[in-house]
Design a protein around this ligand. Structure first.
Ligand code: F6P
Length: 521
């Protein structure tokens, strides 16, 4: 059955939140901490090796209760059940949304059009495992019989951002294979990637759910022509595989059916890295690690489906985001992983969130009269402290922050990691506490700068009271990364549920494609 259409602004909870906002908008987080010695404990959620501290948010117990009331009135629970059961909640495309089935290792029956899809999912995973092992071991060879040394993923959007991000994030767990990504139609980019590759030992993975995307087909054709400068058409089967739903187009491109990994139309591109779209991940880190990555997401799925909302990590994060977006008027939130391995997480989350919730028509087809999808951006700490944190600390905009950190370094450099994590904690503290005029005055006096106090003090004050969430894992490993990504997938879904929009289509990307094609004629 379709998702219910409930205008959030028509709910009683929304009205209460509007009144409550007027009361609390100037309340400082400092006062909230002073009035509740258990605040940090009570506003920290734990899941396996993750501790999520959301105590540095502009919320009181009453705020959280009203936000939870909003989730209830918008029947989020019903939406979650439909999401997992495979109801066609992607109503505009008449599809189920079952990226959760891709990591479901149980023998549940999850039906699409009356057919249990899990056996086919598990078969595809088995094919991914078998193929990965053959390539990694050298059993699978290129057209001249040599072992594969390089893998090139050719795809864009969800056929690039996810695998690209995960391959980099889990590089510590990678094997000898070198993995490259071609996405942009920019021919210079394509050339830079292939110029030093050896045709004989390179495996090309063409990833395109539709196999009609202009960039990917153009890039794949260019790469194939480069390959055929030395090889024959019959050699393509040894160095090219494809991931798609469109068998006909794959075949006409010249890829043998044995070399095609299926995917399904009930998996959205930006949610597809758990499928064969993630083949380059499995090749890079081995299927065992890929399975642990899936298992982490599956564990979070169960948390999301079964946990009461006040302890439900994706639900709480979605409600906090809506609180800032729709009541404080914050138009963006910034994601700052304190590990260089997650440099590509913000771009991945941009597609996940903004392509899902960048909508302005509600589930009845009417224009919304409230804010929906917010802007996601970010980069790694500590680099951001030397880039955009000036604005976040002392600018005029309220920008909630997600800090993501890991207690342990992977290569064991404790001295560096202690400094990295000191900055992780310090940034959240600085945003929260700020620096008062009195503190600046004392600081400048202590430093012998009395002569400049009157002139410079205003510029050195930090308002503080700026919110942040702190995700702290024990270490960056496949399972924890699977948990983290699933959290953001489900947060995105809950936001869309409450905003009464459809999060799983993306008609907004069609016009640009049409106009580009017209310009080429
Ligand atoms: O950005 C539009 C989009 O359709 C994304 O949703 C998708 O991930 C990407 O283009 C690539 O699509 P395909 O995998 O079909 O090439």
């Amino acid at each position: 059955m379709p998702l219910k259409s409930i205008n959030p602004t028509q709910t009683a909870a929304w009205e209460k939140l509007k009144e409550h906002f007027i009361e609390i908008q100037d309340t400082t987080m400092k006062s909230l901490f002073l009035s509740d010695s258990n605040r940090k404990r009570d506003l920290t959620l734990e899941f396996e090796a993750l501790r999520l501290d959301y105590s540095k948010n502009r919320v009181s117990g009453e705020t959280l209760d009203l936000l939870l009331e909003l989730a209830e009135e918008c029947d989020v629970k019903d939406g979650i059940e439909q999401y997992f059961k495979g109801d066609k909640i992607n109503a505009t495309e008449n599809r189920a949304v079952l990226h959760t089935a891709l990591r479901n290792s149980s023998d549940d029956a999850i039906e699409v059009e009356g057919e249990n899809v899990l056996p086919e999912v598990h078969d595809t995973l088995q094919k991914i495992e078998n193929f990965s092992e053959k390539v990694i071991s050298g059993e699978f060879t290129g057209y001249t019989g040599k072992a594969i040394t390089d893998v090139v993923n050719i795809g864009i959007g969800g056929s690039d951002l996810g695998p690209n991000m995960v391959v980099e994030a889990l590089h510590y767990y990678s094997n000898h294979l070198k993995t490259h990504f071609i996405s942009n139609i920019d021919g210079d980019h394509v050339y830079e990637v292939i110029q030093n590759l050896n045709r004989e030992t390179t495996l090309f993975v063409i990833v395109s759910k539709t196999f009609t995307t202009q960039e990917t087909l153009t890039n794949a054709t260019t790469v194939k022509n480069w390959f055929l400068e030395d090889a024959q058409e019959s050699d393509i089967q040894h160095n090219f595989v494809a991931v798609s739903t469109n068998m006909e187009m794959v075949s006409s491109f010249g890829i043998a059916s044995d070399n095609v990994f299926t995917m399904w139309d009930w998996v959205g591109g930006r949610y597809s890295l758990w499928s064969a779209v993630g083949l380059s991940i499995s090749l890079s880190i081995g299927f065992k690690n890929f399975r642990q990555f899936l298992d982490g997401a599956y564990a979070m799925d169960q948390h999301f489906r079964e946990t009461s909302f006040e302890k439900n990590i994706p639900v709480v994060l979605a409600l906090l985001s809506i609180w800032y977006n729709n009541f404080f008027g914050s138009e963006s939130e910034v994601v700052i992983p304190y590990t260089q391995y997650l440099e590509k997480l913000p771009p991945f989350l941009q597609q996940l969130s903004m392509e899902s919730n960048g909508k302005s028509v509600d589930r009845d087809g009417n224009p919304v009269d409230y804010q929906t999808g917010n802007i996601i951006w970010g980069n790694t700490g500590t680099n951001v402290q030397h880039a955009f944190m000036q604005l976040v600390h002392q600018g005029t905009k309220l920008i909630p922050v997600d800090f993501i950190g890991f207690e342990e370094p992977l290569h064991g450099n404790v001295m560096h990691h202690e400094k990295l994590m000191a900055n992780f904690f310090a940034q959240a503290e600085a945003l929260y506490a700020g620096k008062t005029a009195d503190e600046v005055h004392l600081d400048m006096k202590t430093k012998g700068q009395e002569a400049d106090i009157a002139r410079l003090l205003p510029f050195k004050v930090f308002a503080g009271n700026k919110p942040s969430n702190a995700f702290l894992f024990n270490k960056l490993d496949p399972r924890n990364l699977g948990i983290l990504i699933a959290i953001y997938e489900h947060k995105t879904f809950v936001q869309g549920l409450i905003w009464n929009i459809y999060s799983f289509d993306q008609f907004g990307v069609e016009l640009g494609k049409e106009l580009a094609n017209k310009m080429l004629i």
